[in-house]
Design a protein around this ligand. Structure first.
Ligand code: AMP
Length: 186
């Protein structure tokens, strides 16, 4: 099962991706987590992207695509995966499709978590993960980036008829039950 978990910052992608991963035994690939780990370990990639993450801006497409394609070569992903935080731009979505076509495979489902904007801000401010981009100013930038650039990705996938909208309001368990209902149909 190959999934994309989509939605604005604070929609609960990371939390639900972890739930799906443990319940369905498929790996969770979060580009944000990979970048943060590289920053923590002060790798070349980490040094290159630190100021971009701190600003709440997007890492250049080529860097992200290379990272994901490289990561997906790993045998761990042979039986499927959950992409969280990728693709975030149309060129990334196109590059992913190109890669999948070469591998003779495709994404099964594109789940989009919908949450009103006020709720997103409250969730991010109260999650206390210590992220340098979880400040009011950076949240504003990240939401702008989402609505200006990333949301277009949703329309791109709508054409492939694999999009399912999930109500992202309610408890973590309630939201997970809505997701499972969709995944159990595959
Ligand atoms: P996330 O953990 O998904 O909220 O990502 C945190 C930050 O990592 C984002 O604000 C971007 O700076 C960067 N990032 C993660 N995924 C991508 C992506 N697909 N394209 C560009 N930048 C990304």
């Amino acid at each position: 099962m190959k999934l994309i978990l989509f939605g604005p910052p604070g929609a609960g992608k990371g939390t639900q991706a972890k739930n799906i991963s443990s319940h369905y035994s498929i790996p969770h690939l979060s580009t944000g987590n990979i970048f943060r780990a590289n920053i923590k370990n002060q790798t070349e990639l980490g040094k290159k992207v630190k100021s971009i993450l701190d600003a709440g801006e997007l890492v250049p497409d080529e860097t992200v695509v290379d990272l994901v394609v490289d990561e997906l070569q790993n045998d761990t992903y042979n039986n499927g995966y959950i992409l969280d935080g990728f693709p975030r731009t149309i060129p990334q979505a196109v590059a992913l499709d190109k890669y999948l076509a070469l591998e003779d495979t495709a994404i099964d489902l594109f789940l989009t978590l919908s949450v009103p904007q006020e709720e997103l801000i409250n969730r991010i401010l109260s999650r206390g993960e210590g992220r340098t981009d979880d400040t009011p100013e950076k949240i504003k930038t990240r939401l702008e980036v989402y609505y200006n650039e990333t949301e277009l990705v949703l329309n791109y996938y709508k054409k492939q008829e694999i999009v399912v909208k999930i109500n992202g309001m309610g408890s973590i368990d309630e939201i997970f039950r809505r997701i499972s209902t969709e995944l159990d149909k595959i």
